[in-house]
Design a protein around this ligand. Structure first.
Ligand SMILES: Nc1ncnc2c1ncn2[C@@H]1O[C@H](COP(=O)(O)OP(=O)(O)OP(=O)(O)O)[C@@H](O)[C@H]1O
Ligand SMILES: [Mg+2]
Length: 360
């Protein structure tokens, strides 16, 4: 790839002795103009990764580059103010006593302030509101002001730490579409932090899934959702049924206790290999002639679908599967139903599961 906008090479950071690394041997890179999302549960190292990139934390080992320049390495340290990074905080961090345009131009050299403010207002569609105080803006407009302040400095990358997390669902969806549209228009490189998997799937070119300071998988939203590398990724990003099985000998399929599961993607697993299979609920389709038969033990109507639990009797014990049923169907708990498996959202997971770190 061309020179990445930023790059982590084997970067580790530990805050305290006897604690595992908050960030353990991270290596990943982002293309200029791309949106990367760091996704993972609380405490997995998302904010630490942003702080390392911004220069607010020093790595214990490894190298960080920004636009081809090493900013943190064994013998190198460039302080945060000289890195060319923009940050948009969850609370926007606007100065209440300054106007919108003064906020946008804050810190620019005096002769650039007027042009910078006008340009910033235009980039985010706030023309005409420059003379207002931040308190006279809606939440969305305040966020755009914060984004304009970052953009007018032509940053190499803009960092967003959970920027939408204190908003209700509707506003959240609208604001993130807004922000992403502006980032695309300005060809900005951005990193978002979120623990909301739907948000990550919606906005990202690449998602980096983290757990306990370790990268679990890096991929496009489609790769992460359709072909998860680990059971953790499969269940953290969406819902999934995780079953042990053995790779089939003839075709792309896995033999499991509930029968033969067709798979489009096998991660190169060999016939006869012991594997795990991830079956998304939407892979299971009601089919009177389908091979998987069970009884519904729970049904939840969500409007767009019926989310149900199907209890299937295996040779030794029963297994509960999450299934999605078309909302037009009338089903009730206790009813027997048959399903067939579509291969599109099933994936083979090989034995590999990135190891848990041991405290040092
Ligand atoms: N300044 C600090 N001193 C000591 N430990 C810290 C510090 N900051 C973070 N940690 C620890 O490092 C780990 C990673 O924290 P981090 O803030 O990066 O998580 P996160 O993924 O952003 O979580 P959240 O979703 O809750 O914001 C956690 O175990 C946390 O307790
Ligand atoms: Mg955080």
């Amino acid at each position: 790839m061309a020179v990445p906008a930023f790059e982590f090479q084997q970067v580790s950071k530990c805050y305290a002795k006897n604690e595992p690394d908050a960030v353990h041997e991270f290596s990943f890179a982002a293309k200029p103009g791309s949106i990367t999302t760091l996704l993972g549960p609380s405490g997995c190292g998302k904010t630490t990764t942003l702080r390392l990139l911004a220069g607010l934390e020093r790595p214990d080992s490894g190298t960080i580059r920004l636009g081809g320049t090493t900013t943190a390495g064994r013998h190198t340290w460039i302080p945060p103010e000289r890195r060319g990074i923009g940050m948009v905080f969850q609370d926007y961090a606007l100065f209440p006593h300054l106007t919108v345009e003064q906020n946008i131009a804050f810190g620019l050299p005096k002769r650039e302030r007027q042009r910078g403010a006008a340009e910033g207002l235009a980039l985010v569609g706030l023309e005409g509101l420059g003379k207002r105080a931040p308190s006279e803006l809606s939440g969305g407009q305040q966020q755009r002001t914060a984004l304009a302040r970052a953009l007018v400095r032509n940053p190499i990358v803009i960092l967003f730490d959970e920027p939408f997390s204190n908003l209700d669902t509707d506003l959240r969806t609208r604001m993130r579409q807004d922000v992403v549209t502006i980032l695309r228009k300005t060809h900005s490189t951005a990193v978002f932090v979120t623990h909301d998997q739907k948000e990550a799937l919606a906005i990202s070119d690449e998602i980096v899934v983290l757990r306990d300071g370790i990268i679990q998988q890096i991929g496009t939203p489609r790769e992460i959702y359709q072909f998860p590398d680990t059971a953790f990724v499969a269940t953290f990003v969406g819902q999934s049924n995780i079953l042990p099985g053995i790779m089939g000998y003839r075709s792309l399929s896995v033999e499991t206790e509930i029968g033969t599961i067709p798979c489009r993607h096998t991660h190169g697993a060999q016939p006869g290999e012991a594997v795990t299979v991830s079956i998304r609920p939407e892979s299971l389709e009601v089919d009177p002639n389908g091979p998987i038969r069970g009884s519904l033990v729970q049904t939840t109507y969500s409007g767009e679908s019926i989310e149900a639990v199907l209890r299937v009797q295996g040779p030794d014990h029963s297994r509960d599967l999450l299934v999605h049923i078309h909302p037009e169907q009338h089903v009730t708990a206790g009813q027997s139903l048959s399903f067939s498996v579509l291969p599109h959202f099933t994936a083979v997971i090989r034995g590999f599961e990135p190891k848990q770190q041991q405290p040092q």
